[in-house]
Design a protein around this ligand. Structure first.
Ligand SMILES: Cc1cc2nc3c(=O)[nH]c(=O)nc-3n(C[C@H](O)[C@H](O)[C@H](O)COP(=O)(O)O)c2cc1C
Length: 247
């Protein structure tokens, strides 16, 4: 009896220690977010390709500006992947391959913005509900989490209905450090929010040209949005754009 107990005492802790990697792997692999380091590194995240942007539209830039409106009601149709790709390209896509310059201007071409997509209901054709991160350099998404997230994002956005009712929510965040390294506080206080404004207006006008509906949302809890997206404190959420079809 005594021997059996001592064997258990020795073997049980060993078994627990040996199983730790498996237990941690299951917990974080199945339910955890893929963390980023200042938006630069993403581990073992699956890539989702987006159609090449078309570069053509029947709507002139003047018409898009004239007709742009904040629209808070959305249709029941899912967005197409082409529409999603076009929206993300307008916000932060690379428009000059050799330099890496993007659709929206950036102080010192430092590109502090990181763009996330929360796919809800009705969502996007052939894309599971969840959280995705836009990678401008490859014009693709990396999948961060699969599951229902939109209702929690709505809660983070002081329960604003458009966030929960749109097909998707595009969340524009910033890694301030990329701008403060060169520009100090001016980078954080002025340049970064200005850049979010540029990306945001591009999103509005692109949505207009595609016949979609969107609204810029600035009222939300930064910490709660960070928590929902699973992003570190080095990233600051600046805007939420619910996007859907027109009613
Ligand atoms: C910085 C900023 C923050 C905003 N935040 C919200 C918001 O939290 N919720 C909302 O419904 N609209 C928000 N809006 C949209 C404004 O309400 C909208 O732009 C304004 O009513 C003018 O309407 P228009 O965009 O159709 O011209 C925001 C707009 C800006 C520029």
């Amino acid at each position: 009896m005594r021997t059996e107990r001592s064997v258990h005492r020795t073997i049980l802790p060993l078994l627990v220690v040996a199983s730790l990697p498996l237990i941690l792997g299951l917990v974080f692999g199945a339910f955890g977010h893929v963390r980023t380091d200042g938006g630069d590194r993403e581990h073992s995240a699956e890539s989702v390709s987006l159609p090449t942007q078309s570069g053509e539209s029947d709507v002139s830039v003047e018409e898009a500006i004239a007709n742009r409106r904040s629209r808070r009601e959305y249709g029941e149709e899912a967005l197409s992947r082409r529409e999603l790709g076009q929206l993300l390209w307008a916000a932060q896509g690379v428009t000059e391959g050799t330099t890496g310059y993007r659709a929206a201007p950036s102080a010192g071409a430092l590109y502090p913005l990181e763009v996330y997509v929360v796919v809800g209901t009705p969502g996007v054709d052939d894309l599971e509900k969840g959280i995705y991160h836009y990678r401008p350099e490859n014009h693709e998404l990396t999948r961060r989490k699969i599951g229902t997230v939109q209702s929690e994002l709505r809660a983070a956005g002081v329960d604003q209905e458009p966030i929960g009712e749109a097909a998707i929510d595009i969340v524009v965040c910033a890694v301030d450090e990329r701008a403060t390294g060169k520009y100090g506080e001016r980078g954080r206080k002025r340049y970064v929010p200005m850049e979010a404004g540029h990306a945001g207006e591009n999103l509005y006008l692109q949505a207009e040209a595609l016949g979609l509906a969107t609204v810029s949302i600035g009222a939300f809890s930064d910490d709660h949005v960070r928590d929902v997206l699973g992003i570190p404190t080095s990233q600051r959420p600046l805007y939420i754009f619910p996007v859907g079809g027109r009613t």
